[in-house]
Design a protein around this ligand. Structure first.
Ligand code: BEZ
Length: 209
């Protein structure tokens, strides 16, 4: 069975393009965006690696460390990074896990045998500082991920943790948020002195700073 939201991410020690890491120690007090790729020197993967590198400042703002994985070795990864930097006009600084034996990909259920026995699909794990898996997404090999959505969901998770709220469809920072049904109107009035709109008893919106 695959990993699920709420599970503690399995720990591992592995070689990366930035040296050996212990996954949990490396995450430390940060959040982690752990994402897999089928192979080095492939076009969709190259654009995704480049986009992640270009967004380094955005991940930093969210206290989130990107960690890539591709089922190749350090030597191939380092050569590929040169190409990513060159073709995507960026400087990639986050580590990429070397996983030529697919050990980590299997640990995280990133190999989907009906797609490929040897290469990972495009999995995403958002992991919080307690090492808990907070989001999983899986994309097929021929579709690049939407990095606006990855940043948006980190914002939503962090806003939820900080304010005890939920976020509606297509929410972005600055939009109204939802007061969970588990909070009574009496408690909501105390918790959200800025007030709230009650559309239905189960559908209440408020604002957060
Ligand atoms: C790519 O990154 O372009 C790719 C890799 C494996 C299969 C299909 C596409």
């Amino acid at each position: 069975m695959g990993l699920r939201i709420g599970d503690i991410a399995p720990n591992f020690s592995v070689e990366t393009t930035k040296g050996k890491i212990d996954f949990h120690d490396w995450i430390g007090d940060s959040w982690c965006f752990f994402f897999s790729h089928p192979a080095d020197f492939t076009p969709v993967c190259t654009t995704e690696m480049g986009r992640t590198a270009q967004l380094a400042g955005e991940f930093d703002k969210r206290n989130t460390k990107p960690l890539g994985l591709s089922t190749d070795g350090v030597k191939e990864h380092l050569a590929w990074i040169e190409d990513v930097n060159d073709t995507q006009n960026t400087t990639l600084t986050f580590p990429i896990v070397a996983d030529a034996d697919t050990k980590i990909a299997q640990l995280f259920d990133m190999i989907h045998p009906n797609e490929s026995d040897t290469a990972a699909v495009r999995s995403v794990f958002i992991i919080d500082p307690n090492k808990k898996i907070r989001l999983t997404m899986t994309y097929p090999m021929n579709v690049g991920r939407n990095f606006d959505e990855i940043l948006r969901v980190i914002d939503a998770l962090q806003a939820g943790d900080k304010n005890g709220i939920a976020t509606p469809a297509d929410w972005n920072v600055g939009d109204k948020v939802i007061i969970p049904p588990s909070v009574s109107n009496e408690d909501a009035a105390k918790k959200f002195p800025q007030g709230f709109d009650e559309i239905r008893p189960y559908l209440r919106f408020t604002t957060i700073g």
